[in-house]
Design a protein around this ligand. Sequence first.
Ligand SMILES: [Zn+2]
Length: 118
Amino acid sequence: MSQSNFIAQLLEIKDPNIKFSKVEDLKPTKKGIVFHFKVVHARLSYQLFHCLNCGFESLIKNGITLTKLRLTTLNGPMILMYLRKQRYFCKSCQITCGAHTPIVEKNHSYNRTQFCCL
Ligand SMILES: [Zn+2]
């Protein structure tokens, strides 16, 4: 089992389109107080064939956007996920769209359902 699979199992993230690359510790200091964060770096990408707006097969990959997600903590430091999401561009209708994952709602930065079952 690869390191990416271990991170996915630990965080209970079952989306196969998310590939984890590394986990690092951040200890920023603000007004003399040291905060401790675990930062999980991951990438979300999959192949889209049809445009969601016009339906033509004219989508091309168009860069990546960085999203910072807050995940539930295991036993101490806050866990952040720096998720690099694939962007797509439609050559037919000139719109852009992005990859989505079920772990967070669209335009949200953390999953509320993770907190209800604790
Ligand atoms: Zn289109």
